[in-house]
Design a protein around this ligand. Structure first.
Ligand SMILES: [Zn+2]
Length: 265
């Protein structure tokens, strides 16, 4: 039961609907199955979670104004979210923000044909005020993270990311510009992971073009804030009153760009 409780809490934090689905699978397993309950509960959970995620969550989320961003891993997609984040139902945004993300991807692809813009964590499908940890502010459909664009030895690495989830493979701050070690912080270092990530480098032209488009066109779409570590803005040579720094206690923004829309209306 302890394990079940931990599973329900963990899945709720990670996927919003997963905890409830696990609870139903467990109850159904106890009522229906005598032998091999763990296996039956697991199978039931996976089946119910998949059906809900694919067929039920999108139309119900749409009632609250949130739509899923396109998922995938194919080459040539203009805008996509990595499949793992989609499977966790973390790719929902307000319909206005979905249109904005598509307009961004369209413009970067216009300037650099063949570019794939990768979106990362958005929001959960349901309820305002339910945060998508570790991003405390991603709780109302108005927040979206965009991955950097990366290059390999042969140039632009179409839609590739340095880490399987898009996060945690940080750029390197200049010496002396690191955040001080503070207690109680959501800022991760993941130092042990860094050597494991492929050695792609940030592709400055596309990343700069995306930021400049956001600063110029964003306000007309309702864009309110963009978070990026200041040393990266300086390195890329971009500046804007929209650009902010989240502080040293929040999630880092040298592995992605954070977009935040004005509340609608
Ligand atoms: Zn964010």
């Amino acid at each position: 039961v302890l394990l079940l409780g931990a599973g329900i809490i963990g899945l709720t934090v990670l996927t919003q609907i997963g905890g409830v689905v696990l609870l139903f699978a467990w109850v159904a397993g106890r009522l229906l199955v005598r032998h091999g309950r763990v296996l039956a509960t697991t199978a039931l959970f996976l089946a119910a979670y998949a059906v809900l995620t694919i067929a039920v969550v999108p139309p119900v989320a749409a009632l609250g104004g949130r739509v899923p961003l396109p998922c995938g891993s194919e080459a040539g997609q203009r805008l996509r979210v990595p499949l793992l984040l989609c499977a966790l139902n973390r790719h929902y945004v307000d319909a206005r923000l979905a249109g904005f993300a598509d307009a961004l991807a369209t413009d970067v692809d216009r300037q650099f044909p063949g570019t794939t813009t990768v979106a990362l964590d958005g929001n959960f499908p349901f309820f305002d005020g339910f945060p998508l940890l570790p991003h405390l502010s991603h709780d109302d459909g108005q927040k979206l993270d965009i991955a950097f664009y990366y290059a390999g030895p042969d140039g632009y690495a179409g839609g590739a990311l340095r880490s399987p989830i898009g996060y945690w493979a940080f750029e390197t701050p200049p010496a002396g510009d690191e955040c001080p070690d503070v207690w109680l912080t959501l800022r991760w270092d993941m130092a042990a992971l860094q050597p494991l990530f492929p050695s792609l480098t940030l592709e400055p032209q596309r990343t700069r073009a995306a930021l400049e488009w956001l600063f110029e066109q964003g306000p007309a779409f309702g864009l309110e804030r963009v978070f990026l570590e200041p040393y990266l803005a300086e390195r890329l040579g971009v500046a804007s009153p929209l650009l902010g720094f989240q502080g040293c206690r929040a999630a880092r923004h040298d592995d992605h760009i954070h977009l935040q829309m004005r509340a609608p209306g």
